[in-house]
Design a protein around this ligand. Structure first.
Ligand code: URA
Ligand code: ZN
Length: 363
């Protein structure tokens, strides 16, 4: 896809700053980083379902490498975020301080390339509510911060937990957009006894998107989007399967005897379709114009945002310093879905992100 005649913004791109890598290196249980004598790079092991892990290359840790990746792929601006599993596993007694250090490291990285880098901060969700609030206050005053990256576990009980409402309210008030990203997938036994033969395909291709779908549907059913009307969320991987399944979710709601009896299916209720068009944005990291078509139909092409998922999905048979097929697959899908060089393509590839995340604003 010709990317040279438009501004390209990558809103789904991760890094692990030094404080985080130090923590992973010190750990004996997953997530962890382990060095093996026979392997050139340390191994990053994030999930129970991927025992050998993956090579922890400089793509995960080096700012110069991130800039090289951006230049190679004609990406003008990146909104970087800590990769999974964020601070979810960090002990409550230290997570506030760890979060502050990591958010400052992201802020400093952005300051080294003004205008080219912004970031989504990480919240210390294991800490007491007051510490989480202080973290939001800290982030809202950081010049290059535009939101927070969030997993689906929340405070440990998922995103429909009423205890999360004050956090959602504080984020909405601070105009910090949530970037919702999966990590936990589905329980391993759903992949069956032969799972080991299938590499990491099932948890990543299916577990991740279902996790996001379930998390957001639970939020919808718990009425979170009405309770916090200014909440804005970018859903990773084009919303999991939400655009495709929204109709079925709606049908299950209006045909549910319990919900109808409890008066939860009022005629003027905002449907999940309304929420998708008013409070949700979707990234375009779905690798095909078929999925992208559903995302556009559900939320509108003006709510779709290009992303790469760098440094995950590196090329396996070509030079990692060159072009990544995982990037061109997503860029080509946008061109095929809305027409190469069209106004909609320009929106999805960059202009939407600049508008939605206020990337033109000099703070
Ligand atoms: N695998 C991960 O663990 N995280 C991503 O963001 C992508 C793939
Ligand atoms: Zn990602």
């Amino acid at each position: 896809m010709a990317m040279s005649n438009m501004t390209v913004v990558d809103i789904h791109t991760h890094m692990y700053p030094p404080t985080y890598i130090n923590i992973l290196e010190s750990r004996q249980t997953i997530p962890l980083v382990r060095t093996f004598p026979q392997a050139p790079d340390p191994r990053l092991i994030l999930l129970q379902s991927e025992p050998p892990g993956r090579p922890l290359t400089s793509h995960y840790t080096s700012l110069d490498q991130k800039m090289h990746f951006m230049d190679t792929h004609h990406i003008d601006i990146s909104v970087v975020s800590l990769a999974n599993p964020w601070l979810d596993f960090v002990d409550a007694s230290v997570s506030g301080g760890v979060g502050e250090s990591i958010n400052n490291e992201f802020s400093d990285m952005c300051g080294r390339h003004p205008g080219r880098l912004f970031f989504f901060g990480a919240l210390p969700l294991t800490a007491p509510l007051e510490t989480i609030r202080s973290s939001i206050d800290h982030l809202k005053n950081l010049k290059y911060c535009r939101g927070v990256i969030l997993g689906t576990s929340g405070l440990g009980k998922g995103l429909d937990d009423p205890k999360l409402l004050p956090i959602f309210e504080a984020l909405a008030e601070a105009r910090l957009t949530i970037f919702l990203h999966p990590h936990y997938g589905l329980p391993n036994d759903v992949w069956g006894p032969r799972a080991e033969e299938y590499g990491h395909v099932l948890p990543l291709a299916l577990g991740f998107p279902m996790e996001t779908t379930i998390a957001v549907t639970r939020m919808y059913l718990a009425d979170v989007f009405n309770k916090v009307r200014d909440l804005r969320m970018i859903l990773a991987h084009s919303g999991g399967t939400l655009p495709f399944l929204a109709g079925r979710i709606e049908s299950c709601i209006i045909h549910d005897g319990q919900l109808v009896r409890e008066g939860k299916v009022a005629k003027d209720r905002r449907s999940i379709w309304d929420v998708l068009k008013e409070q949700v944005y979707l990234d375009a990291v779905v690798y095909s114009e078929v999925g992208l078509g559903a995302a556009i139909d559900a939320s509108g092409s003006d709510r779709l945002l290009f992303g790469t998922d760098h440094p995950f999905f590196p090329p396996l048979t070509t030079d990692e310093q060159g072009e990544w097929e995982s990037v061109s697959m997503n860029a080509d899908a946008v061109a095929r879905a809305v027409g190469e060089g069209s106004a909609k393509a320009k929106g999805i590839m960059g202009e939407n992100a600049i508008r939605i995340l206020r990337l033109g604003e000099k703070a």
